[in-house]
Design a protein around this ligand. Structure first.
Ligand code: TRP
Length: 519
């Protein structure tokens, strides 16, 4: 324990904080959300915009949040109250508390999927392979549909004519010619693999019970750790397991990049094609930056409240941002080469990792071993993130409302579970929630956009305004420059937090509201 007077507990060292904060930041946001959002938004050009936002907007907001937290030693609501007791700024903290529950509710659903894949890899390791009969059946189902037949023609460039108006006879003639070739054989094999991993995924997520059970388990695990208190629970887990996750990702990236046909994926992921950028791409990249760095709802205020005055907030924040971005980029390097090698669609949506990863394992010696490992580690990475989501409302109720930690944890965990149930059945189990009328998205996707993009963007905007114009950039500079620490780029930071962050967020949100391209 370092020089803290309060009994709230704190990180055991600077490294302890970095590990815990990186544990919060690194999670499904990097490995599940980043690749599929990048895939939906054109690949490399999105990645570039994302990185720019992380550096120019994410890092400054993180420094702001950590300063507020360390200065006040409070949860987000208490922090604003302490600095300006009679103002409405505490509402920003209140939005953060609600957002924590909102994100936790759907995040834990995806974490539950991850856990279920880990369990499946251990209990029925054969799941990534299919028997000849299964393959034949999948192919037959696929090939009996006109749309699918047309996709075979376009996938393989079999005809120069427009396929729209093609007669069924013509389609069959073209495909008959194709079916004798070697290309057809390898295409069919790829397709069957893809249909198989799709089927496993869809069977699971559309099940009306299993995803709810795993949601419950995951929230239970999260609550158990949060009840145990901060540094004992969070730090210890992250310190050992994050490096292992990193190593496994590197191995998978190597396998993925060396698959036949991987180069197209590399090009998609690394060679920017700016014609693919639409204005809403900026909104997705901004939301993803806040989400991935755990910003905009006071997580970093809460985590900052446990940092020692001796630590340099700027270098700590920079390390967290660096590791978080590294893992996201690496996850893309695992996903895209494999995805293109298997002939899958990069804009496949939120199921992406769950269909791409198993198809990589199927092509690796000892693949199932890696499968179990990666899904287990991903579950743990998700756990260190859900902990930080639940910690915000719990810290608020404990500090400000005088609740016991146990009562706060149980009630908030229960709330997240209940709100998570509709998200858990929004992938086929319940038709209405799978495609909500008018919105035309599923409930989980809606929660993900509402809380995971917009609520965080608004939260970050308000935090930037608060620090830039109310509390003042000088206060942050003083907070950073304690015990001999120097804030080297403080003028640049002040410029970014006062002008670039608020203006960028307002323009981007304004555009989304005007065009109503919310999802
Ligand atoms: N950043 C985490 C991830 O990438 C998710 C997360 C944890 C989060 N705490 C948060 C997101 C607070 C926003 C705000 O998986």
């Amino acid at each position: 324990m370092s020089n803290l007077d309060s009994s709230r507990g704190n990180w055991s060292s600077k490294v302890g904080f970095i590990v815990a904060a990186a544990g919060s930041a690194i999670g499904l946001g990097n490995i599940w959300r980043f690749p599929y959002v990048a895939g939906e938004n054109g690949g490399a050009a999105f990645v570039l915009i994302y990185i720019v936002f992380v550096i120019l907007i994410g890092l400054p907001v993180m420094i702001a949040e950590l300063s507020i937290g360390r200065n006040t030693r409070k949860n987000p609501v208490g922090a604003f109250k302490k600095l300006f007791p009679k103002s409405y700024w505490k509402v920003v903290g209140g939005i953060g508390v609600l957002t924590g529950i909102g994100i936790l509710s759907f995040y834990a659903v995806i974490a539950g999927w991850t856990l279920q894949y880990a369990v499946k890899s251990i209990t029925s390791p054969g799941y990534i392979n299919y028997t000849e009969e299964q393959g034949a059946e999948l192919w037959q189902n696929f090939f009996s549909d006109r749309e699918n037949k047309i996709s075979v023609i376009t996938d393989n460039n079999l005809s120069k004519d427009s396929t729209e108006a093609m007669t069924d006879e013509k389609i069959d003639i073209i495909l008959n010619q194709f079916s004798g070739t070697d290309e057809f054989k390898s295409y069919k094999e790829k397709k069957m693999g893809q249909l198989h991993t799709d089927k496993i995924f869809n069977d699971f997520v559309s099940n009306p019970f299993l995803p709810i059970i795993y949601l419950f388990i995951f929230i239970g695990l999260t609550s158990a750790v949060v009840m145990g208190g901060v540094s004992a629970g969070i730090e210890r887990w992250s310190k050992i397991l994050m490096p292992v996750l990193f190593l496994l990702l590197i191995i998978l990236a190597i396998r993925s990049v060396t698959l036949d046909g991987a180069s197209k994926g590399l090009e998609f992921y690394l060679k920017p094609d700016f014609s693919k950028i639409k204005l809403e791409t900026f909104a997705r990249a901004l939301g993803q930056a806040f989400f991935s760095l755990s910003l905009g709802m006071g997580t970093m205020i809460t985590y900052g409240s446990y940092i020692s005055k001796r630590d340099n907030l700027v270098t700590s924040a920079s390390s967290v941002v660096f590791f978080d971005t590294l893992i996201a980029i690496l996850a893309g390097l695992v996903m895209f080469p494999a995805l293109f090698a298997m002939g899958m669609d990069p804009a496949g949506g939120s199921g992406l990792v769950f269909v791409v990863l198993p198809s990589i394992f199927a092509k690796m010696p000892g693949g199932i071993f890696f499968g179990a490992g990666i899904f287990l580690l991903l579950s743990i990475a998700a756990l260190t993130s859900t902990i930080s989501l639940l910690e915000v409302p719990v810290a608020y109720l404990v500090d400000d409302k005088g609740w016991s930690r146990k009562k706060a944890t149980i009630l908030m965990g229960l709330a997240a579970f209940l709100v998570g149930i509709p998200a858990a059945v929004s992938f086929g189990a319940n038709d209405w929630l799978t495609k909500i009328p008018i919105l035309k998205v599923g409930f989980l996707d809606f929660m993900n956009a509402f809380f995971g993009n917009y609520s965080l963007s608004i939260g970050s905007l308000l935090i930037a305004i608060f620090v830039g114009y109310k509390w003042g950039v000088k206060a942050v500079q003083r907070e950073v420059e304690q015990e001999g620490n120097i804030f080297k780029l403080k003028l640049i930071w002040a410029f970014l937090i006062r002008f670039i962050c608020p203006i960028a967020v307002v323009i981007i949100l304004g555009y989304i509201i005007v065009t109503q391209k919310y999802f």
